[in-house]
Ligand binder design. Structure first.
Ligand code: HEC
Ligand code: HEC
Ligand code: HEC
Length: 420
């Protein structure tokens, strides 16, 4: 498959540069007769499902008023206005129409939504939770903003194509609890698979962007980043993280091993940092229960390999001051390169990105400093970046494919085309 097509296959996942938070429920008087606890619950779920990220145009758009362009394999899809405006939003939709859109991927006219709207995950939500989200959305300011969502070129502009897509990839139906597991595990599974739609970024995709469910949460490249394996895999996933490390990362964007950057920084800031401690622990418990899968036969490149030697020298020179000789970094400030899942990931996307362009991690209320790394794209050649990437991917117990100068060139071109 050509690279641009593969890159664009981040259906439903391409999102999240929106810079606004979920607004608080307007204080005082919720519309007559409405249940205030339901509205509050809806507000919480709206944040957990991160509806605001996609439904707000990052270029100064009003919250939930739509107009945000989202990458799909077919081209750009634009998000809809979901404020309670009667003409251009969802003000006069019935509860059933709203539920059909969120859980069945159906528009009000019966046509199909594109899966850039993550109904593939939201279908797992309970009817009561979707109703609570609607109750909350009814309380936000109505914004009159006409959005033409359908801006795809022919033939993808024809929505009936989505029927075929749905028959291949969409399994409608709410989450079914596993009675052999604890309530906390089931709550975690519900949040990850349903409202949290973590798989939209972390699950590998097949042709036309359908999830490879057999490899759920085992990592996927999108928007010039790699959303790493977040199963309990020892080598590529969260094997070395304790459940407390996972919940701390989701709450604050940092822990002793890693910092959240790129799309995950947005996810933490807008969504997971607002979750309750109980919900974060539930997610941690669920992720830690997902079995690992990488083969113990994976072997690192030998330290005598000339690429490793060249990369090691660059590492000493430019990187060791922060990340330390042994890659361990500094707890909560500089990520640990032997434990951070993106380093030894199947694809070097994130590693190349941070070396070429530098990065800044999330700033959250509980961790307000956002440590940063400078970019080296201007200073190092393609071959040097390839060597130092190969070195970090094969040192301190990491074992991953080596990176070529061609990979670096391709990453540079991809990044040049992206403003962020
Ligand atoms: C990953 C991005 C993304 C997220 C997250 C997201 N949406 Fe959407 N949504 C879209 C896009 C894109 C469309 C337009 C799709 C189309 O036209 O086929 C859409 C369409 C809709 C529609 C149909 C509107 C219409 O006029 O047809 C509703 C309702 C909706 N979203 C509600 C929600 C709610 C509620 C949430 C949170 C629970 C949410 N969305 C989260 C991207 C997203
Ligand atoms: C919009 C895409 C997106 C969504 C949605 C998303 N993630 Fe991520 N996630 C990423 C990316 C990209 C990274 C890598 C960031 C980096 O390299 O710093 C990441 C990193 C992580 C990490 C750190 C792994 C490590 O070893 O460094 C964890 C844990 C994680 N995500 C959990 C989750 C959970 C749980 C959810 C759902 C509640 C979720 N993510 C939803 C894109 C996403
Ligand atoms: C000034 C201190 C500093 C220097 C020097 C530095 N880094 Fe970083 N590095 C950071 C910080 C802070 C982050 C956190 C950003 C993040 O988690 O994505 C980071 C992140 C990374 C990551 C991503 C880890 C993850 O969790 O996804 C890699 C890989 C990396 N650095 C490699 C290098 C290499 C290779 C060099 C030398 C060419 C280098 N760094 C130089 C501070 C530094």
């Amino acid at each position: 498959m050509p690279d641009p097509v593969r890159k664009a296959l981040s259906l439903g996942a391409a999102l999240l540069l929106a810079a606004c938070r979920v607004p608080a429920v307007s204080a005082g008087n919720p519309p007559g007769g409405q249940d205030f606890t339901e509205i509050e619950r809806g507000r919480y779920l709206t944040s957990a499902a991160d509806c605001v990220a996609c439904h707000t145009n990052p270029d100064g758009g009003k919250s939930f008023a739509g107009g945000r362009p989202i990458e799909t394999p077919f081209g750009i899809v634009v998000s809809a206005n979901i404020t309670p405006d009667a003409q251009t939003g969802i003000g006069d939709w019935t509860a059933k129409q709203f539920d059909d859109a969120v859980r069945q991927g159906k528009r009000r006219d019966g046509k199909r939504l594109y899966p850039a709207m993550p109904y593939v995950y939201y279908t797992k939500m309970s009817a009561a939770d979707v109703q609570a989200i609607r109750a909350y959305l009814n309380t936000i300011p109505a914004v009159h903003h006409d959005v033409e969502t359908n801006q795809l070129p022919f033939p993808f502009s024809i929505r009936w194509g989505m029927r075929l897509w749905n028959s291949l990839y969409f399994e409608p139906g709410p989450f079914v609890a596993d009675p052999s597991r604890s309530p906390a595990w089931n709550r975690g599974a519900y949040l990850v698979e349903g409202p949290g739609h973590c798989g939209s970024c972390h699950t590998p995709k097949g042709t036309f962007g359908g999830d490879k469910n057999k490899r759920a949460l085992q990592g996927y490249s999108l928007q010039g980043w790699f959303a790493p394996d977040i199963t309990n895999d020892e080598r590529r996933g969260l094997g070395e993280w304790s459940p407390a490390d996972v919940s701390e990362f989701l709450r604050s964007g940092h822990n002793r091993f890693a910092g959240a950057a790129g799309p995950m920084a947005d996810e933490v800031v807008h969504s997971s940092s607002n979750m309750t401690e109980a919900d974060l622990n539930a997610i941690a418990q669920y992720l830690k229960s997902m079995p690992g899968h990488s083969s113990p036969e994976d072997r690192p490149l030998s330290a005598d390999n000339p690429r490793m030697k060249a990369g090691g020298a660059i590492y000493q020179d430019l990187c060791a001051a922060c990340h330390h000789q042994d890659g361990a970094g500094v707890s909560h400030l500089i990520p640990n390169l032997k434990v951070a899942a993106s380093v030894a990931a199947t694809e070097p996307t994130s590693v190349l990105r941070v070396i070429i362009r530098g990065t800044r991690t999330a700033a959250t209320q509980s961790e307000p400093t956002a440590p940063a790394m400078p970019g080296y794209g201007w200073q190092l050649t393609d071959q040097q970046i390839a060597d130092v990437s190969t070195y970090v991917r094969n040192s301190w117990g990491n074992a991953a494919s080596s990176v070529s100068a061609g990979d670096v060139r391709a990453a540079r071109e991809d990044l040049q085309a992206r403003s962020n």
